[in-house]
Design a protein around this ligand. Structure first.
Ligand SMILES: [Zn+2]
Length: 258
């Protein structure tokens, strides 16, 4: 029988699957695996307890837990190492394909911090997020969906701002700009602002805003492209996919060749 006690509500909610954490995604998965390994004989129990602040029994438990951690760290120094996000990602323990790891390494260590890198990193922040996004989201999309989402995240799209960067077009203005007006046709503009696609955006936002407290102002590109929002961590995987597919539908409705 496994009993889990923690004074951290965040951890408990993550273990129960109520909250999402990208940073500790694989650690939480590991804990969930251990907790449910004997599910048919025992039902796991998880309790929140008050912090150890001057409660004698809790203070003692905290002391024992710290001692156990120090002992474990001495015996297994590898545990002490925290992930270096700038280091090349070389181990394949998380089940990533070699191709993906190579691609990631090239992108992540790319010394030319160009426009495309900056955009991509504003959507997928670091290796933890990319790992999570690949395993939880990308593997669930079909080829056509993958093409649209990956192009939007990589910034390699047929919108004037990017065509201009790639020296394919002279003008980076959006078609919605009036004479003498300067409006870059960026992904952000296309998804969130452009007047030409206003009606399709109303449909998209109506589908998505219920996940962010009915507040349209909370809808951003990261949410539309990954289904993840830092403030609203309770969005389930099914709903994340729903948000992403709504964005894909928006792209298809606009008839814009992305
Ligand atoms: Zn526009």
């Amino acid at each position: 029988m496994i009993f889990t006690y923690s004074d951290c509500k965040f951890v408990i909610n993550c273990i129960k699957g109520k909250w999402k954490t990208i940073k500790y995604y694989f650690k939480i998965k590991e804990i969930q695996k251990i907790i449910i390994q004997d599910l048919y004989n025992n039902i796991p129990e998880i309790y929140w307890i008050k912090a150890h602040n001057k409660i004698p029994g809790n203070e003692e438990a905290d002391k024992l837990a710290k001692e156990a951690r120090i002992e474990a760290e001495l015996k297994q120094p590898k545990l002490l190492k925290s992930i270096n996000k700038n280091k090349l990602h070389t181990n394949n323990n998380d089940g990533l394909t070699d191709e993906f790891i190579n691609y990631w390494n090239i992108q992540w260590t790319n010394p030319f911090k160009n426009e495309f890198d900056k955009w991509t990193k504003s959507i997928i922040k670091n290796i933890n997020e990319s790992n999570w996004f690949y395993k939880e989201i990308l593997l669930r999309l079909n080829n056509n969906e993958l093409r649209i989402i990956c192009r939007l995240i990589s910034g390699k799209v047929c919108l004037n701002y990017y065509l201009n960067k790639m020296k394919i077009k002279n003008n980076k203005n959006c078609d919605c700009a009036k004479e003498n007006e300067k409006i870059d046709e960026t992904i952000e503009h296309y998804l969130l602002e452009c007047n030409i696609y206003k009606n399709y955006r109303i449909i998209l936002f109506n589908k998505v805003k219920k996940y962010v407290g009915n507040d349209e102002n909370e809808i951003n590109c990261k949410l539309l492209l990954t289904g993840f929002h830092n403030k609203f961590r309770y969005i389930s995987l099914d709903n994340q996919l729903l948000i992403i597919r709504s964005t894909i539908q928006f792209v298809l409705n606009t008839n814009k060749k992305i």
